[in-house]
Write a protein that binds this ligand. Structure first.
Ligand code: ADP
Ligand code: 5GP
Length: 184
């Protein structure tokens, strides 16, 4: 058992910029690093599994957990509730790193409670490419696309809160840069 705290890495981006893709690639490259599985009231997308991408819960359950103080942070995002359970940090045990995929509201709350956490913001190379990526993702219909694309500018406006900003243009290069930040 190691007594060292895991490195807490917060990864945020406007929806569609590639944070899920980059996080998965980082997890494949770094041993003993875990992904913090959030709770959400949004419905699972095709291929998503309860307990893997998210803990999918109803609004009542979520609100109950929030009232009990079970969340390290939580926020309204795109019309749904999302939160990080405190249990995720305990579950990380003696892992080397723990990665949080949260929006800017979540990043702010985690940084306030754990100042050593490192926050990285992923940007798309352009809004046109963000639109292409978001539309290209099979899970998006026109309504969910619109909500996410319209929210992107607001999300991007908060980049100043982050320790690093990374442009996800060429995937291998962005993965390399993200891995370097983690190792540093
Ligand atoms: P997010 O988790 O930020 O919402 P995703 O990781 O789901 O974004 O990526 C959105 C879409 O863009 C996916 O279809 C993904 O395969 C694609 N994508 C991600 N990064 C790149 C990249 N560097 N170049 C081209 N396509 C990418
Ligand atoms: P999606 O529904 O596309 O998986 O995620 C939508 C947004 O919710 C993304 O910006 C993602 O970072 C954010 N998000 C996911 N989990 C959490 C969480 O636990 N807390 C907060 N604050 N945001 C989250």
């Amino acid at each position: 058992m190691s007594n060292e705290q895991p490195l807490l890495l917060i990864i945020s981006s406007p929806s569609g910029a590639g944070k899920t893709t980059l996080t998965q690639r980082l997890l494949e490259r770094i041993d003993n690093t875990r992904f913090s599985v959030s709770h959400t009231t949004r419905k699972p997308r095709d291929g998503e599994q309860d307990g893997r991408e998210y803990h999918f819960v109803g609004k009542e359950t979520f609100e109950h957990l929030a009232k009990q103080g079970e969340f390290l942070e939580w926020a309204h995002v795109h019309g749904n509730l999302y939160g990080t359970s405190r249990m995720e940090i305990e579950r990380a045990g003696d892992a080397r790193g723990l990665i949080f995929d949260v929006d800017h509201q979540g990043a702010r709350q985690i940084k306030a409670k754990v100042p050593d956490a490192v926050a990285i913001f992923i940007l798309p190379p352009s809004m046109t490419i963000l639109e292409q990526r978001l539309r290209g993702r099979a899970s998006e219909n026109e309504a969910t696309f619109r909500v996410r694309f319209d929210a992107a500018r607001n999300e991007i406006a908060h980049y100043g809160l982050f320790d690093y900003v990374l442009v996800n243009d060429e995937l291998d290069e962005a993965t390399e840069n993200l891995t370097s930040i983690f190792r540093a």
